[in-house]
Design a protein around this ligand. Structure first.
Ligand code: FES
Length: 142
């Protein structure tokens, strides 16, 4: 193999590596959320009918129509916490499975308050204010 042939082959293999790496990252970032319920959006608030809340779950996952990443809403007694399921490492969608929030891209994990329990992510998930009345739960989407 002469010098020119070597550089041509090395260039093709480098290009193939870049394409394969991008394909892996892209596929890993499109993981679906675990649970979706009926909800509506008004005044940038995601509104969830309490009657739609599954009786066997202490969390639901809802979506804002303009955001690819869903919002995790956790209920503890009469208190609610909403977390944006966008990983703070590189922006993949974090999956909610039972009481584990796990990023499928590089393995970060978060607790029910959005705090990092395993890296590589270093920052907690973004949280949103939640209010509730007798009939609905409202997530103030920002
Ligand atoms: S994007 Fe979530 S761990 Fe890297």
């Amino acid at each position: 193999m002469d010098r020119r042939e070597f550089f041509e082959k090395a260039g093709l293999w480098s290009l193939a590596g870049i394409v394969a790496g991008n394909a892996l990252i892209t596929q890993g970032c499109k993981a679906p959320a675990a649970v979706l319920t009926n909800s509506s959006v008004s005044d940038n608030k995601i509104r969830v009918l309490k009657a739609d809340w599954p009786t066997d779950k202490d969390f639901i996952v809802v979506k804002h129509p303009t955001d690819e990443h869903p919002v995790f809403v956790h209920k503890e007694g009469q208190h609610y916490l909403a977390l944006h399921l966008k990983c703070t490492h590189r922006g993949c969608t974090v999956e909610a499975k039972d009481n584990i929030l796990a990023c499928p891209c590089h393995g970060s994990r978060f607790d029910m308050n959005g705090n990092v329990t395993r890296g590589p992510a270093k920052k907690p998930l973004v949280s949103y204010p939640v209010t509730a009345d007798g009939e609905y739960v409202y997530v103030q989407y920002m």
